[in-house]
Design a protein around this ligand. Structure first.
Ligand code: NAD
Length: 492
């Protein structure tokens, strides 16, 4: 069993109280690593270290080009270590090695892209309407930024925050999920190796109510970038608002995936299956509501079920596995609970609906790919985020009705639809209330394109050039060039 330490102020440390907690492998159920159980004291130490690194030492003196260079070096180190980091994430969260390897090989792009942006942060000279006044703006870093991440894609979701934060000149404290802390601690070794000064990047492991809330409320924290559930996001937003801290919140979803009758059906079916069963449904962008035009409803459903039946469940470290376990025992219970709720609401379970009986799956936390038909959009199974391999199928008759159902939810993270009609592509994309809309594809994400939620799915956008503004604040400087200053008591 491995025993990890946290990185605070350039030192590898145990928790102040010396306690640890266990992290378990979702496929075997075995404990494989001990993680320091940080508390308030550790979180405060990390923020103070980040504050010191922001205000003194070498980091604030580096040129923007030097910062960019460090980020690009970090990107290269991630690429060199991609396979090792991917295996750690799979061991911790049970997602498929194919997917995590793809993610880890892609993550360096965030550091190359934002590293390239570091020395393109510019101000403006404004010809303001006051004579003899020279006015210019500076875009300055905020200070200490905190990144709080969930368990489904720990390093990808950290990179959405860390790369722009460091490019802008901030310092950072990361708090990974208590279920998947190991990869962030391994990643911290690469940050050190890349040559970032001590205290610029710190990791505190521990639980949300303790470490998370201390980080959210500490007076030296300027910004919290959070990805996780709606409930935690609300709490963080409330706490941050009390002290006027800036926040980016990337929360949950109940994304509609619409198949119109004019779609290329086989392509749509592939998209629908990948939209819900990839990562065993544990993605915020999961296309968990399948809206199908009535005239093709039975045909699409038949094909979706047939394809879902072929999914091979097994060891997520094996490249031939297609559906892995879910990440945590509470998540397993939550998914099974929603399956019961859906049955109780009268939805018809056409596939799955239970833990698999296959003995080869051993002690893994598996749930069968599950499909419910006959769902009404008002049902809980259509309104609440399950975060598991559960698809709710809802028929519709007209484009207007499809848009109405798609938007009739508190969430608005993502949506997808399948059609061959160009006018419909533009019409429906505009009408859907979601931060990302995919047409004839699903789940495409890029470091260059903004990602974030409408409505309860969050506040702000990550990725893309504009996201660096989340980590900057603008100062307006006015310099008088006048020879004399008028007596203020003599009105002009
Ligand atoms: P969660 O909200 O339970 O936990 C996320 C993180 O918040 C963890 O690190 C946790 O320790 C911390 N936390 C918990 N309570 C806290 C508190 N009071 N103060 C500060 N921090 C606290 O979420 P989860 O179960 O780990 O992740 C699943 C959720 O994440 C789903 O709702 C999913 O939709 C969402 N998610 C969203 C996106 C996105 O980009 N929008 C991406 C992935 C996951």
């Amino acid at each position: 069993m491995l025993t990890y330490k946290m990185l605070i102020d350039g030192q590898w440390a145990d928790a102040a109280l010396g306690e640890t907690f266990e992290t378990r492998n979702p496929y075997t159920g075995d404990v494989w690593a001990a993680i320091p159980k940080g508390t308030k004291e550790d979180a405060e130490r990390a923020v103070e270290a980040a504050h010191k690194a922001f205000t003194s030492g070498t980091w604030p003196k580096l040129t923007a080009s030097d910062r960019g260079h460090l980020l690009r070096r970090l990107g290269d180190l991630i690429a060199e270590n991609a396979e090792r980091l991917a295996r750690i994430e799979v061991t911790d969260n049970g997602k498929l090695i194919n997917e995590m390897l793809f993610q880890l090989k892609y993550i360096p792009q965030w550091y190359h892209y934002f590293g390239g942006l570091a020395d393109k942060i510019e101000g403006a000279v404004i010809p303001i309407d006051k004579p003899e006044t020279f006015n210019y703006t500076r875009n300055e870093p905020l200070g200490v930024c905190v990144g709080i991440t969930p368990w489904n894609s720990p390093l990808l979701l950290l990179s959405y925050k860390l790369a722009p934060a460091l490019a802008a000149g901030n310092t950072f404290v990361a708090k990974p999920s208590e279920f998947t802390s190991a990869s962030t601690l391994e990643f911290a070794k690469l940050v050190e190796q890349a040559g970032f000064p001590p205290g610029v990047f710190n990791v505190v492991t521990g639980f949300g109510a303790d470490v998370g809330e201390t980080l959210t409320t500490h007076k030296h924290v300027a910004k919290i970038a959070f990805t996780g559930s709606e409930g935690t996001g609300r709490k963080i937003g409330e706490l941050a608002a009390r002290n006027f801290k800036k926040v980016t919140l990337e929360l949950g979803g109940k994304s509609p995936h619409i198949v119109f009758a004019d779609a290329e059906i086989d392509n749509a079916v592939n998209g629908v299956i990948s939209g819900i069963f990839a990562a065993t449904g544990q993605t915020c962008i999961a296309g968990s509501r399948l809206l199908v035009e009535s005239k093709i409803h039975d045909q699409v459903l038949e094909k979706v079920i047939a394809l879902a039946k072929t999914a091979r469940m097994g060891d997520p470290l094996s490249t031939s596995t297609q559906v892995g376990p879910v990440t945590t025992p509470p998540q397993l219970e939550k998914i099974l609970g929603y399956i019961d709720i859906a049955k109780g609401e009268g939805a018809e379970c056409l596939l799955g609906g239970a833990r698999p009986s296959n003995s080869e799956l051993g002690n893994g936390w598996f749930v069968e790919p599950t499909i419910f038909a006959g769902v009404r959009n008002s049902m809980r199974i259509a309104q609440e985020e399950v975060f598991g391999p559960v698809l709710a199928v809802i028929p519709f008759d007209t484009e207007e009705e499809a848009i109405h159902i798609a938007n009739d939810t508190n969430y608005g993270l993502a949506a997808g639809f399948w059609t061959q009609d160009m006018r419909r592509m533009l019409r429906v994309s505009a009408a859907i209330q979601a931060g990302t809309v995919w047409v004839n594809t699903y789940r495409t994400i890029s470091y260059m394109s903004p990602l974030g939620g409408y409505k309860h799915s969050g506040i702000g956008r990550e990725n893309g050039m504009a996201s660096i503004q989340n980590y900057l604040q603008t100062k307006s400087v006015m310099i008088s060039t006048a020879e004399s200053v008028a007596n203020p008591f003599i009105m002009r």
